[in-house]
Each structure stands twice: as structure tokens, then as C-alpha cells.
Design a protein around this ligand. Structure first.
Ligand code: SAH
Ligand code: MG
Length: 910
């Protein structure tokens, strides 16, 4: 359908003109899921570089990068000459343009207005050849841009825009007739009959399916299908006018495009133009008045239509997809069904976008927080927020990341200690809220500020998270979620005070200006929730499917239509949504709460049916069914659901969800504490994995000089090397060397002999039990660290992860459903007793002392720490002679190595 007129250069072309080959574009692929890839463009210019947002198409990312660069350079990309033109020149341009539009030449133009003109010439009587001013204002980009020079507020006010067009036309009294009764323009000198004849096309009879939003007296609008019968060459705006009860097309207000039909054509809202009685020559008076004063308020406000088009609509409205395209002389059109209309409405609410893209309109919900990419289903929060802003005609959101300052270790430990000391949740909460901001759990962390501006750069929302995230992406995604949740609260509940602009909570600070977001069209009440009630019979709740479990289900939702309201007097069931397989994470809010609570009571393969009250959001139901329903027709929902499979929450997730700071962070802090106490200078991390301990040692200066990691997993080591490498650039540490070895910790390597501290965190349970014994022997008899810290899960604690599971119900389940260990890769998990036996025996045999501790809740109460820790201390050097001569035993392979002054050397890294 009609696009914007673009005679100007694209941003990329301008960049090319200015920089030629010196502008270097590099496209980066951003994988959002296994089968979807987006593109981000890095544009390098001689002086600086910019990075675009992500886009579906490479070329869009390039244009966006170019646009950003132009912004930085202070060059305007679109309508390059707008900048310098004065208001007088703009007026002149508009006048000239109107003259041109009514020239003979333009009549055959491949411009949308050409189509309108040709159609207008088929109109009868005095309307023949007269062009509604709304059409000129809507479809001519040049006039649009020049009016913006005169008054930027025309952008959001089409009526004002039209008044400028009329005023300009009035400056052409010899050429243009400004109709005194209707808002349209006509050429004074008639077109020659020859031209008209030549242009006359035999018009096919077209029937266009559209949607009629009818105002009722004192009630909600009725939305129903309507057919526009555009036959015998009549002008389509006149047909629309007829349906709206208006005299002719010139009384029709045309909205901007509001969304798309199912086959991708753009739709607009058509409604009565506010009556402009002062359409005589007293333009001056009208122009300055605020728009809502000049509105004709006889007819009641059409809330639904106002909401979808963002304008104040009074009286009936029609949503249709019809118009003259560029480069074609035929009228283009597509059917707008009720379903596409409701889908457009849903898409205007932030969670609606999520639901529609999940294709699970009833079941899907916007999750509370973003944890990991792998458990997220559907488009990412950042993407949803961007879509929402586009939908609402706002500027793209701006994300600003900040890094937390590196806190001194003592400070972190103090805060950690404080958290740990406070036994109850209450005092932890107090601590967090008392401190102005949450102190990051480690030396670095990111938090993100999201700013949303209107197209005219007014602030709509500025939301700053007080929370720090380990990864940049998590900070951005969670900040986007915060903003989305806020916006959806506004849309769904409408309980936001429009006058209050600053909000602050434990998690975030927010500035929000509803006025700017909503302009005149506040959808308050439009998406209102009704009370939800959970009415299914079986109330027993078993939580062996716990928070963080990934659950896969198959479900259908039926609508129960009340017998009293159905046409045949019988109650009916209508299928409105079904999914053969949908996976979601339990406890993160991403699933309809009714469905989730029922599913968590099922065993794999089991099936359940239950009823709920009438739906929460009627709009989503109508979007799913495609029929207009009164909420009173609907007795309720019937859900049928089968549990297809469960994957327990991952160890990492448990550690992050159940503990604060996360269990792994707590282990690291525990080790750091011992380093401080012992003033050790050498450390070896046995089973270093991807190097989380080693990397955290780079954050702050300690007594350590040399650290090394050993692991058998190449993959883990490669990750560790990358992590260390990138940290070394920023590092505040005073280390002299770091080495990563590939090898089995069951074997001794003489290079790591006689170290100060050995650590082995969450590793032994990944071996068979006899190997764990062998490791103990090797490390204490051959490596002989002065101090050895070993941690492993305490299996007795696991029941806390499945807290309220009554044993009799567990019998019904296939045992595979309940993971025995925290991680599939674990070969065993020990009780406190088993661990003590293992450690005490080793200590005794190798002349070490040992004491037991742990992290994750209190060690005193049952079932003990979540992660149990043994600390071995070498008693004396007496009975060990250096049996091992240097270089005799070096089974480990150096994978990566760094030393101060020499930078890092990569060995064996592909
Ligand atoms: N200590 C790390 C990683 C724990 S995961 C942390 O706390 O984050 C367990 C690690 O032990 C894995 O990286 C695995 O590759 C390693 N591992 C298992 N058996 C090993 C062996 N015999 N020798 C060396 N590493 C081993
Ligand atoms: Mg483990």
C-alpha cells in the first residue's frame, strides 16, 4: 500500500557520498534461537564507529548503522534540505506542490494521489475531480514534511495538518477551489475531456471485507464485519463515508496505518472528520486552538477506534485495507476480518505482542524475569519492547549499560556476611532496601537503563534497574522486562496514576509520562482484567515439578458458551486454542497460572480437564476465535492438558534461584576468604571447568602470584582461557602468571607440586566414588598443598528443592521424573556422613587435619549446608620427602598461559 515518498538519499547513500570506501560495514550474526538469526551492523568510519540494533535483514541493519553515524555527524538523513528551509519557504513548497498535484501531468502519476485523482474524476456532479484534503494530507510525503517545518505537532495531529493544507490551497484562488462546505480541493479549470477519457479505466466490481466499530448509546462499541461494495468505479472513500453515515469521502478522516491483515496488507481506521465549521477564511483562529477544543463532541467517543489509531475518534469507525499503491493504477485491497482486527488490538498491548508471537494467545504469559537464553521461549524481552515501541509510534528504546565500580573485597565480604548472618528473609529484605542499591555480588556486574522517547524526543519512560547482572545481555533483557511489565500493568489494569511521574521500588527507579504515551487515546478500561478464580476440584498441590523445571505439555482450550445465550439454546463448546507441544519453565510466569498449577500435579503421560471462570481478557479470546462476543455469553473456559515431559531444573538454575548470592558465588567467596587468611601465593584449581574461580581472582588484588587450573574438558578450558584473556585487559590483580592445563586430576604433574592452596569445587561428584578416593590420595600425597578446599553437594539438602512433595503421591510417578541428583552428570552425591568419612580417612592417612563447613543456609540445622566443604590443612613436612624430581612427571598439557610482561600465549588452542 502507499508508502512514503522517498526522493531523498538513503542514509547509506549519504555515507557513501561522504566517505566512499572509507566506510566499512561489517555484519554480525546474532543467533536468537536455533533457527532464527538476526543481524547487527558495525560501521567503521575514519573518526569513529557505530553499532546498529538487530534486524531481520542485513540491509536494514546497514541502513540503521548509517543512520546512527549520520546522527553522530549531525547530518539529517531524511529530507536533507528540511533543515535549512524557513517557514516561508515551506509554505511556498506546499503551495507549489498543491499546484503540481492538480496539474495535467500529475493525473497520470504513479503516485497514490494519482489514483485518488483519477477516481475523483469519476465522481458525480460538483464533486467530480474534487480531492478530499485528508487524502492529500495523508498520502503526500512532501506536503507532510513541509508542514512539519511549519509546525512539528502536525505529526500527531492530522486535523491540524489538514488545516495547513487548506490554508496553503487558499493561496491559489485562481487555480484551486477550496470547497466551502466540504473539506476538499478541486481544480478551477476542468481537465480536458480527452485526458479524462484516456485515463478512464474499466473498474471491476470489488467487494472489500472490513470491520465496523459502531458506537452504541452509552455502551461499549459493537465490532462487526461489514462489506464495502466498491463497484462501478465509485470512489472508495465515498463508499466508506456512506457506511459511516457521512455525506461523502471528504468528511472521512484517514488514520495512519495501524497494523496488517493476515496476508500482510496495511489497514487504516476511517471515521468522521471532526466538523470544522470554521472552514471559511478564518484560518488563523482555528490553527492555534488546541485540537480537542475544536472537536465536534456531539457524537460519543469511540474508545476502541481511538485506541487502535491513537486519535480521538467520535462516532462510528471502519477499519479497512484499501487504497492506491505506488506504481500501479489499480485499487489495492484486502479483507480485514474480525480476527485480524482483534489481533491488531492485542498487538498494541506489550504482553499482547509476546502472546501473539508465541501463538498461544490464551496460555502464554510474559515471564517475570529473564534468566537464560536456553530456557526462554519466544521473542526476547528487548525484541518485544522494540516491537511495542514501533507499534505505538515511539522511537526505538535506548539501552544504556553501566558497569558497577569494582568494590573492594572487604566491602563485598561485609555485605555478604551481613546477608548470611541474617537468618530470616525479613532482615535480608531490610538490608537490601536500606542500602540504596544492591551491591554486586562480585567485582563486576551490569545494570541497564531503558529510555523510551516519543518520535518528537519527549521522554515517555526511563527505567533504571537497581539490580546488577553478570552478563550484559541479562541486564538488557531484564530491564526490557521491567519496562514491559510496567507498560502492561498500565494496559491491563489501568491502575497507574496518570499524574504521578516518578516511581521507585526495591528493584528500580522509574520516570513515566503517560500523557505522552497515550496522547488523547488512553485505553483505560479497554483491557481491564476481571477477577480470576481457580475453580477446579482437585486442590492437592504437589511440587515435585519445581520452580525452574522445564515442562512440556499438549493442551486445548475450549470456550463454554452459555445455554442461555447460544443461538440454539444448548450450551456449546468451541475450540479456541490448541498446541501439540509447548514447553515452558515452571515458576517464571510464562504460563497461564491455571494451566501451570494443574500441570504441576500431573505425572508424565497423565491428562487433566478443568474449568475456569470467564476469561481474563476478552480481547485475547476474540482474537483467538475471530468472533465478537459479549463476555456474558461465555460461561468459562475448559482446558484439556496432557503432560508430555519434564526436565528438572538445572543445577546452575537451582544454585541461582534458591540462594542469594548464588551458591557458586558463595563458594568463591569462601575460597577468597581462605586466600586472605593464609596469604597464599600459589593456587591450583583442580577441575577448574570454565574458570569461574580463576576469573574471580582477577577482580581484586590478593597475595596470590601464580594460579593454575586443571581440567579434562577442552571445551571448559577454552571458555576459561577466553574469560581470563578478556578479564586481563581490565584486571586490577597483581598476579604474575596464570596457566591452564588439560589433564586428569587423578594423575600427578610435578609442575604443580607443593602449592599453597588447592581447590576442588564441585568436581569429585563427577567421578566414580573410587576415583574420588584416588583423587584424594593423589592430591594429598603427591601435590601436597598446604591447604585443600573440596566442595561437593550435600544430598540431604536436595529435599529442600522439592519441599512439599508428600511421599504417597510420589509413588504414582515414574521415578525418572524426580531427579536423584542435582545434575545428570553427577555420579554420586554424598550425605554429610559419607563426605566426612571420605575426608577424615584421607586426612588421617596423609597427615592432614580437616574440618567441615559449607555454604547455602545454615550448617547447624538439618539438613545442613547445600554445598558441603572440607578444608584440609597440611600438618608438617616431616614425613614427605621430595620423591619427585623436576620434570619427571608432566602428563598435563599446557593449554593457555599468561605471564606479566609477556602477555598471553595460546598453546593447543584451535
Ligand atoms: N570447579 C568448577 C567446575 C565444576 S564442574 C566450578 O566450580 O565451577 C566439574 C568439572 O570437573 C568439569 O569441568 C569436569 O570437566 C571436571 N572433571 C571431571 N573429572 C575430571 C578429572 N578426572 N580431571 C580433571 N577434571 C575433571
Ligand atoms: Mg557438580
Amino acid at each position: 500500500m502507499a508508502g512514503e515518498e522517498k526522493q531523498t538519499l538513503t542514509p547509506k547513500e549519504i555515507i557513501h557520498q561522504k566517505f566512499g570506501d572509507k566506510a566499512i560495514y561489517r555484519i554480525e550474526e546474532v543467533h536468537v534461537s536455533s533457527n532464527e538469526c538476526l543481524y547487527r551492523c558495525h560501521l567503521q568510519l575514519p573518526e569513529f564507529s557505530v553499532v546498529s540494533n538487530v534486524f531481520k535483514r542485513k540491509k536494514d541493519s546497514e541502513q540503521s548503522a548509517a543512520e546512527l553515524a549520520l546522527e553522530k555527524l549531525g547530518i539529517q538523513s531524511q529530507d536533507d534540505d528540511d533543515d535549512d528551509i524557513t517557514v516561508d519557504e515551506a509554505w511556498n513548497d506546499i503551495v507549489e506542490r498543491i499546484k503540481y498535484i492538480f496539474s495535467d501531468e500529475f493525473l497520470s502519476a504513479d503516485h497514490p494521489l494519482g489514483g485518488h485523482l483519477r477516481a475523483a474524476l469519476q465522481r458525480d456532479g460538483e464533486r467530480c475531480g474534487s480531492l478530499p484534503v485528508s487524502v492529500i494530507a495523508t498520502f503526500d510525503a512532501k506536503i507532510n514534511s513541509r508542514c512539519k517545518v511549519i509546525d512539528p505537532s502536525v505529526d500527531s495531529d492530522p486535523i491540524l495538518l489538514m488545516s495547513y493544507v487548506m490554508k496553503a490551497a487558499a493561496k491559489l484562488p485562481d487555480y484551486i477551489v477550496v470547497s466551502p462546505h466540504v473539506d476538499s480541493l478541486r481544480r478551477k479549470k476542468p481537465y480536458s475531456p480527452a485526458i479524462i477519457k484516456a485515463l478512464a479505466t474499466h473498474v471491476k466490481s470489488i467487494k472489500v471485507e472490513a470491520v465496523h466499530i459502531q458506537c452504541t448509546v452509552g455502551g461499549e462499541e459493537v465490532v462487526k464485519p461489514v462489506t464495502l461494495d466498491i463497484s462501478s468505479g465509485r470512489y472508495y472513500l465515498d463508499i466508506i463515508a456512506e457506511k459511516l453515515g457521512l455525506k461523502d469521502g471528504s468528511q472521512v478522516m484517514i488514520s495512519r496505518t495501524i497494523g496488517k491483515t493476515s496476508s500482510g496488507y496495511e489497514c487504516r481506521v476511517y471515521a468522521a472528520m471532526p466538523k470544522l465549521k470554521s472552514f471559511d477564511n478564518s484560518w488563523k483562529a482555528r490553527e492555534k486552538r488546541p485540537i480537542n477544543e475544536s472537536l465536534h463532541l456531539e457524537k460519543s467517543r469511540n474508545a476502541k477506534a481511538s485506541f487502535v489509531c491513537g486519535l480521538d475518534v467520535h462516532g462510528d469507525a471502519i477499519v479497512a485495507s484499501v487504497g492506491y499503491p505506488w506504481r500501479s493504477h489499480d485499487l489495492e485491497h484486502d479483507g480485514v476480518t474480525l480476527k485480524s482486527f482483534y489481533r491488531i488490538c492485542c498487538g498494541m498491548s506489550p504482553i499482547g505482542i509476546y502472546k501473539l508471537s508465541r501463538e498461544a494467545i490464551i496460555a502464554a504469559q510474559l515471564p517475570f524475569s529473564f534468566t537464560t537464553k536456553s530456557t526462554w521461549r519466544g521473542p526476547f524481552p528487548r525484541e518485544i519492547l522494540c516491537m511495542f515501541c514501533r507499534q505505538q509510534q515511539l522511537a526505538e528504546p535506548i539501552f544504556t549499560l553501566s558497569t558497577a565500580p569494582v568494590k573492594p573485597m572487604s566491602c563485598i565480604l561485609r555485605s555478604y556476611q551481613k546477608l548470611k548472618d541474617s537468618e530470616s528473609d525479613d532482615s535480608e529484605y531490610q538490608y537490601v532496601s536500606k542500602g540504596k542499591e544492591e551491591i554486586p555480588e562480585s567485582g563486576t556486574g551490569y545494570r541497564c537503563e531503558v529510555k523510551i522517547l516519543s518520535k518528537s524526543q519527549d521522554l515517555v519512560l526511563d527505567c533504571t534497574s537497581k539490580k546488577f547482572y553478570e552478563k550484559e545481555n541479562h541486564a538488557i533483557q531484564n530491564a526490557s522486562l521491567d519496562a514491559l511489565s510496567w507498560l502492561s500493568r498500565l494496559f491491563d489494569e489501568g491502575d497507574v496514576d496518570p499524574l504521578q511521574t516518578c516511581y521507585t521500588s526495591e528493584h528500580l527507579d522509574m520516570v513515566f509520562q503517560q500523557r505522552i504515551l497515550m496522547k488523547e487515546a488512553v485505553p483505560r478500561g479497554h483491557f481491564r482484567n476481571i477477577d480470576e478464580r481457580n475453580e477446579y476440584e482437585d486442590q492437592i498441590r504437589i511440587q515435585s515439578i519445581t520452580k525452574g523445571s522445564l515442562v512440556s505439555i499438549c493442551y486445548s482450550v475450549y470456550l463454554d458458551v452459555d445455554a442461555d445465550f447460544s443461538s440454539d439454546g444448548k450450551s456449546r463448546k468451541e475450540l479456541i486454542e490448541s498446541n501439540e507441544e509447548i514447553e515452558f519453565e515452571v515458576g517464571n510466569g510464562s504460563m497461564n497460572p491455571h494451566l501451570e498449577s494443574v500441570v504441576t500435579q500431573l505425572a508424565v503421560g497423565q491428562y487433566a480437564r478443568f474449568l475456569t471462570d470467564a476469561p481474563a481478557e476478552d480481547l485475547f479470546v476474540t482474537a483467538a476465535t475471530g468472533t465478537q462476543r459479549d463476555r456474558s455469553d461465555i460461561a468459562g473456559f475448559e482446558y484439556c492438558v496432557r503432560l508430555l515431559g519434564v526436565k528438572g531444573p538445572t543445577e546452575k538454575q537451582i544454585e541461582a534461584d534458591f540462594f542469594k548470592p548464588s551458591l557458586s558465588k558463595q563458594r568463591l567467596e569462601y575460597v577468597v576468604k581462605h586466600i586472605k587468611e593464609s596469604s597464599a601465593s600459589t593456587l591450583v584449581d583442580f577441575g577448574c571447568g570454565s574458570g569461574s574461580l580463576l576469573a574471580s581472582l582477577l577482580d581484586y588484588p590478593t597475595s596470590l602470584q601464580t594460579i593454575a587450573g586443571v581440567d579434562i574438558s577442552q571445551k571448559g578450558l577454552v571458555r576459561a582461557a577466553k574469560r581470563l584473556h578478556s578479564k586481563l585487559n581490565k584486571g586490577a590483580c597483581n598476579l604474575k602468571s596464570i596457566i591452564l592445563y588439560e589433564g586428569s586430576i587423578l594423575k600427578f604433574d610435578s609442575r604443580l607440586h607443593d602449592i599453597d592452596i588447592g581447590t576442588c569445587l564441585e568436581v569429585i561428584e563427577h567421578m566414580e566414588e573410587d576415583q574420588a578416593c584416588q583423587f584424594g590420595k593423589t592430591v594429598l600425597s603427591l601435590f601436597r598443598p598446604k591447604l585443600l578446599i573440596v566442595s561437593t553437594p550435600n544430598i540431604e539438602y536436595n529435599k529442600n528443592f522439592h519441599k512439599s512433595a508428600p511421599p504417597n503421591h510420589l509413588k504414582n510417578r515414574s521415578m525418572s521424573q524426580l531427579p536423584k541428583f542435582r545434575n545428570q552428570d553427577h555420579k554420586f552425591e554424598w550425605t554429610r556422613k559419607q563426605f566426612k568419612q571420605w575426608a577424615s580417612k584421607l586426612a588421617k592417612r596423609h597427615n592432614y587435619s580437616v574440618y567441615f563447613s559449607g555454604v547455602g543456609e545454615s550448617g547447624k540445622a538439618d539438613p545442613g549446608f547445600a554445598s558441603q566443604i572440607a578444608v584440609f590443612r597440611r600438618k608438617s613436612l616431616s614425613n614427605v620427602v621430595e620423591k619427585v624430581s623436576e620434570g619427571s612427571m608432566q602428563p598435563y598439557k599446557v593449554i593457555w598461559e599468561w605471564s606479566r610482561g609477556n602477555g598471553d600465549k595460546k598453546t593447543n588452542l584451535s
